[in-house]
Design a protein around this ligand. Sequence first.
Ligand code: SAH
Length: 214
Amino acid sequence: MTLLHACPATERRHAMVEFQLRARGIEDPGVLAAMGSVERELFVPSALRARAYDDEPLPIGFGQTISQPYVVALMVEALELSGDHRVLEIGTGSGYAAAVKSMVAAEVWSVERNELLAARARSTLDRLRHDNVRIRSGDGACGWPGETQFDAISIAAATGSVPAALLEHLAPAGRMVLPLGDPHGDQKLVLVTREGTDYREEELTDVRFVPLVG
Ligand code: SAH
């Protein structure tokens, strides 16, 4: 039997991987595979499903957004995740970025301050069987109380400085990626690498995220 037409969402997802990610320099095979398999259309409001693979952030309610696919891929690639890593994510939003990370890391621990978004992300991730993602509703700037260190941390909301609790959560040689700058204006996506007691910062690109609240 010959399948003449692939599912349109599948086609659009593969085009997104080729033209928005690979063409712009994303090359980690695990990240490309994860971005090529997570069904982004299930993480956006149903009225916006047709735009799920567009090259832009989209509104998810409560004044929040699901990040542009390229920015999600860039952040996950910068973390250099592997199958034994535990990653802490601040700002679950739709749960999309958590789903991508869950395919390249061992465990994702994600904090979302908006309880309704947290509950919605939980149900989407459960439906898609991303069983290695835990979600907590609360202020992510305080980290995950009771937990010690994570191999990687990503913050999906803009801040003028890195919250101290999150620096303490970063394991030696751990990597953190976050939008650093004016929370209501322009920011740089910054990679922070922990080297013993030192933290090295590297700017990756210009970004605009919603503010880290609290
Ligand atoms: N990467 C997400 C998008 C996150 S948008 C996705 O794939 O959909 C940023 C999220 O950070 C919003 O949902 C917002 O509610 C949340 N947020 C803002 N400040 C926060 C804080 N202090 N702690 C936890 N979450 C926060």
